[in-house]
Design a protein around this ligand. Structure first.
Ligand code: 26A
Length: 355
């Protein structure tokens, strides 16, 4: 059996994308915000059948941490990444498995028996915005017993890096804590993505419980703002929020915490709790937070932004696992994020290009 370097954990979803004029129509019809990520409420539930039956849709493998797993795998040797999540025994799952196979990501799925169905995300593209409306289905049936199966226990025991999506905290805090606590007590690196504004907003308790075990926190500007609001520091600048998150309490105090905040086409901000000369950290001679400009893309290079943040995170994670310097980790993150923006959905370029 393989021993992957990275284990990623989250909600496996099949993305069903609709764009153009139809995107505008469905955004209005279901009262969605142009750039948001939500769990479908009752009023949104018909959207999946509606777009499949009435619109031109594209199916692409999704699920935030699964996208990041494929992103990391893009720059690592085959067999370096495994992904854990819960799916149904159906054709959606087969599509996801195929996308992982193509990237040599091991699909360490917990498979729920029928009638459970694999989760789906309606992705409504309008211009450079993307609205994500998710029905978790089998994804939220993830049971911690999966971690105790010999195959999964071996993956988790062997991995050096763990990636957890914030989205998983809506239902899986027990498993996330189990993995993160054990990893951080063994000196392994735990990476958490904030995933969406509603996570710090409505799952703050779970987030605060997990945060002490997190070495690298990744989010975007609206997630950082939502955290700031929830933490009572709504007036703080992005740099101040990143520094505060980096400084908040940590179970493995011998390791610094790094906080990375992306802002789409604008600069990426990185804060460290304790700069050092180690790879993957801000150097003591550098500013902290450190600001990294993002290379410009022209309008015609942008297809859609679905998955760009995940591919940034995957590229960053893969580079970190390769022992690269922070500057290179951010650069590779930017490259994969931008590569994804040039594709339909959370995909990268094939045949593979060097990054
Ligand atoms: C719990 N929710 C809402 C979610 C998601 C999600 N992945 C996990 N849980 N909502 C959207 N996504 C995924 O995010 C990617 C873009 O960042 C979508 O599947 C999409 O591929």
């Amino acid at each position: 059996m393989s021993t992957p370097l990275i284990v990623s954990m989250g909600n496996p979803l099949l993305d069903i994308q609709v764009a153009g004029e139809e995107g505008e129509k469905y955004l209005a019809k279901y009262g969605l915000k142009a750039d948001d990520a939500i769990l479908a409420e009752d009023k949104h539930m018909p959207i999946y059948d509606d777009i499949v039956q009435n619109a031109k849709v594209t199916y692409v493998a999704g699920g935030a941490a699964q996208n990041a797993a494929r992103g990391a795998a893009y720059i690592l040797p085959a067999g370096s990444v495994a992904y854990i999540g819960s799916v149904g025994d159906d054709d959606l799952m087969q599509t996801l498995r195929k996308a992982n196979d193509a990237e040599s990501v091991e699909s360490a799925y917990q498979v729920q028996p029928a009638p459970a169905k694999t989760g789906a995300c309606a992705v409504v593209i309008t211009g450079h915005h993307r609205s994500l409306c998710t029905t978790l289905r089998a994804a939220e049936m993830f049971n911690p017993s999966h971690l105790a199966t010999p195959e999964i226990a071996q993956l988790v025991a062997g991995a050096k890096f763990f990636y957890i999506e914030g989205y998983f905290l809506t239902h899986g805090i027990e498993s996330a804590l189990e993995v993160a606590k054990s990893a951080s007590s063994r000196g392994r690196t735990v990476v958490l993505n904030l995933s969406a504004p509603f996570i710090p907003q409505f799952f703050k308790v779970q987030l605060e419980e997990l945060l002490p075990h997190v070495d690298v926190l990744i989010g975007n500007e609206s997630e950082a703002a939502a955290y700031a609001e929830a933490a009572g520091m709504g007036d703080a600048s992005l740099e101040q929020v990143a520094s505060a998150l980096a400084a908040s309490s940590k179970s493995n105090a011998s390791r610094p915490r790094l906080v990375i905040v992306t802002q789409g086409a604008d600069s990426t901000v990185v804060a460290s709790s304790n700069p050092s000369t180690s790879a993957g950290n801000i150097k003591p001679s550098d500013p902290n937070p450190k600001v990294y400009p993002v290379p410009k893309l022209s309008n015609d290079q942008i297809i859609d932004t679905n998955g760009a943040g995940d591919m940034f995170a995957g590229g960053f994670l893969g580079a970190l696992a390769l022992g690269k310097d922070l500057d290179e980790c951010v650069e590779i993150g930017h490259k994969l994020g931008q590569m994804c923006v040039g594709q339909i959905g959370p995909k990268l370029v094939y045949p593979k290009v060097n990054v």
